[in-house]
Design a protein around this ligand. Structure first.
Ligand code: ACO
Length: 337
């Protein structure tokens, strides 16, 4: 049996709505305050999509940037995987990204796993490359949860923001691997902690056929349960990926967690023994952009040359499902280290 193909992470991109909404602006209609939101979450502002923005357009911009950074032509892309829980078409928004890029040879589909979505998509995409089925994949994480929250529910709406970001992933030359180890988990028994549930209303079509018609309820969350789940489970999966790779937390260059809450980041880092200087965070400016947080933070750090080729990154996504996972990543391609 031939050895599995290695992975190289060779490009990144991001696109956010232009409209910035500060905590003070939220206080104009909500019984909340900048002090409450900052001290409980670390969030100071978030980007909110206006009616002129679209998830498909932001995703396409982010994917285009990642493709250019990787140095690929659109027709060389084999797969576009869009992690999102807020598609503009429930049949899938990924085909719109494929069309916008002109990636005529790529198959494109959505993957839904809430805030774990990007990490799950990255790991899924890697399997296509390792098996030899694909050589070049664009993995996009995008969510516009501002369109799915109840703007009168201060317990949830202050947490979320909108954004899209992407990573280009390709088959690596022998001896290099950008996805060292990974773990994925789901506990469906606790799915009620965080939902965006479909609600069906009976619809009588004729005497013997009662069908259903429905719409989606806004995000509902048991914040404390989700918080406890994250601080308990995330350190465990991160420890597991480090052990699988035979590495220790001291060897990490960066800890790149799903950006949900500054207190969760600090607690996980402390449990692993990772110093604050190695914890990537942009929560203050973006809030929780769901599937977009990890690639958005990654892209910012790559652009700022904080993350450099060869750097070792431990990443973890967690959220609705409940779902969570971790991966040990090495950024870049071998000739650039
Ligand atoms: N402004 C002012 N007061 C508020 C606000 C607000 N925005 N929201 C809640 N409060 C009040 C509550 O009403 C409550 O008041 P009471 O004591 O009079 O009843 C008080 O503040 C404390 O509320 P708690 O819910 O206990 O606050 P807590 O300290 O748990 O913080 C938070 C809430 C920030 C949501 C926290 O639980 C958390 O971050 N949980 C994790 C959530 C998360 O990360 N979710 C995303 C997962 S990713 C995904 O898959 C989408």
């Amino acid at each position: 049996m031939s050895a599995a193909v290695g992975i190289a992470l060779t490009g990144s991109g991001a696109a956010s709505p232009a409209r910035v909404v500060t905590n003070d602006e939220l206080s104009l209609w909500l019984d909340t305050s900048d002090d409450w939101i900052r001290s409980r979450t670390g969030i100071a502002a978030r980007r909110i999509a206006t009616a002129d923005d679209s998830l498909e357009s932001l995703s396409s911009q982010a994917a285009q940037q990642a493709l250019e950074q990787a140095g690929w032509r659109p027709d060389q892309v084999d797969l576009i995987l869009l992690a999102t829980s807020s598609p503009e078409d429930l049949f899938g928004s990924a085909p719109a990204v494929q069309a916008a890029l002109g990636a005529s040879n790529a198959v494109a589909f959505d993957l839904t796993a809430a805030c774990s979505g990007f990490l799950f998509a990255l790991i899924t995409a890697a399997q296509y490359i390792r098996s030899g089925a694909c050589r070049r994949v664009l993995v996009v994480g995008a969510d516009l949860l501002s369109r799915w929250v109840d703007w009168q529910d201060r317990r949830t709406c202050v947490l979320f923001g909108d954004g899209a970001a992407a990573v280009a992933m390709e088959a690596a030359p022998e001896g290099w691997d950008g996805l060292l180890t990974m773990v994925m988990r789901t506990d469906g028994r606790r799915r009620g902690c965080l939902t965006m549930a479909h609600q069906v209303t009976p619809q009588v079509l004729h005497d013997h056929l009662h069908a259903g018609f429905g719409g989606f309820r806004p995000i509902a969350m048991d914040g404390q349960e989700v918080y406890k789940f994250a601080v308990q489970q995330v350190p465990l999966v991160l420890t597991q990926v480090l052990e699988q790779a035979g590495l220790t937390a001291e060897q990490l260059d960066w800890l790149l967690l799903h950006q949900a809450n500054e207190r969760i980041l600090a607690s996980v880092a402390q449990r692993l023994g990772v110093p604050a200087a190695k914890v990537l965070s942009n929560l203050g400016s973006y809030g929780n952009t769901s599937a977009a947080t990890i690639p958005l933070m990654l892209h910012e750090a790559v652009e700022a040359q904080r993350i450099r080729p060869g750097h070792l990154i431990a990443s973890s996504g967690f959220g609705a499902g409940l779902s969570w996972g971790a991966a040990l990543l090495r950024w870049g391609r071998p000739d650039a280290t």
